[in-house]
Design a protein around this ligand. Sequence first.
Ligand code: SAM
Ligand code: SF4
Ligand code: SF4
Length: 345
Amino acid sequence: MGSVGDTKDSRPVDKRNRPLHDLRISLTDRCNFRCTYCMPKDVFGPDFAFLPREELLTNPEIIRLAGLFVQCGVSKIRLTGGEPLLRSDLDPLIQSLSRMDGVEEIALTTNGSILTEERARRLKAAGLSRINVSLDALDDAVFQKMNDVHFPVQKVLAAIEAAKGARIAPVKVNMVVRRGWNEDQIVPMAEYFRGTGTILRFIEFMDVGNSNHWRYDEVVSAKEIVTTIGKVWPLEPVAPNYQGEVATRYRYVDGKGEIGVIASVTQAFCGDCTRARLSPEGKLFTCLFRDTGPDFRALLRQGSSDDDILDVIRQTWRMRDDKYSEQRSELAGRVHKVEMSHIGG
Ligand code: SAM
Ligand code: SF4
Ligand code: SF4
C-alpha cells in the first residue's frame, strides 16, 4: 500500500509530495581536474584514498538498478562523476540504458577534457541524448587557476565542437561563478556562446561537500549575473521547459539564443526537486547535501530479489523530506555532506 499522495503504488512520492523522476548516476569518484570549488588539492592531493575499482558498481549492476528505478518513476538519467569519461566501459552502459523501456533521456555531464570527435560520435551512436560540458572561463589563466591542473580552454572548446559535430543536442555549457576568481568572465563567456546554439548556464557557487572552502561572500547571485549580461545584451525571461527545471531561463531580446542561471543558493528550488543520486559504490542519496544513504551494492551482491530492492527504493523515497537549500542558513557548516566529486552534479 502506498503512502498518502502516491499516484500509483509503484511510483512513490516523498513527504513533500515530490515524485521520483530523475536519476543521477555517479560513475567514478576520480577526476583528472582539481577544480578549486570541487576537489581542492589540499584535500584531494596525491594521498587521497579514492575507491578501489572493485568497490564501484559494475555496468550490469548499474543497469539492473536503473531498471528498478525506472519502475519507480524515473524517466531521465544523467551520468556524472567525478569525470564520467574516465570510465572506459561507458559506451555499452549508455547503449543499455538508452534502450530501456521508460527511459526518455540519457544525459552526461563532463569536463570535456578527453572528449574527442571520435569519442563524441561513439557516445551519440550508443544513444546519448544530451551533454553538459563544464567550462568556467574563456581566459586561459583564469581557467587554469580554477581547474588547477593547467588544462587549456582551447581543448574544452574543441570538445564542445566535437559534441555539436556528433549532433548530441542540445549542448549546454556549465560555468560555476565564484567571486574573486572568474566573475569577470561572465560577459566574455556570454559573448562567445551567444548565437551559437550552445546554451550557457551559470551556476551559483555552492557549499557542496566539506572541503571547498565555501563562503557566502564568494557566491555571485543569479540576479547579479542576469543584470550583468542584461546591461550588455537585454534579456527577457522564458517559461521553464517543464516543471522542476533546475535552470531559470532567459533569452536575448535580439534573438541570439538563451542562457540559464542555476540559483541553488539564492533561490532554493527544493519544492520541485525530483532527483535521486546514486554514488559510484551504490549508495542512494536523496539530496546533494546528505552524507549517506541506503547501500544498494550490498543488496545486489548479497543476492536480493528485485522486489526487495524495489521496496528499499520506495521506502527511502517515501521517507524523503530533504530541503537543504531552504534551510542553508541554519544548517551551513553544521552538517557533514558527501563531496560533489563523489556524487556528481
Ligand atoms: N567532472 C564533470 C564536470 O565537471 O562536468 C562532472 C562532475 S561535476 C561534480 C558536475 C558539475 O558540478 C560541474 O558542472 C561542476 O562545475 C559543478 N560543481 C562542482 N562543484 C560545484 C560547486 N561547489 N558549486 C556549484 N557547482 C559545482
Ligand atoms: Fe572534476 Fe568536475 Fe569536480 Fe572539476 S567539477 S574537479 S572536473 S568532478
Ligand atoms: Fe534537491 Fe537537496 Fe538541492 Fe533541495 S538541496 S534542490 S532537495 S538536492
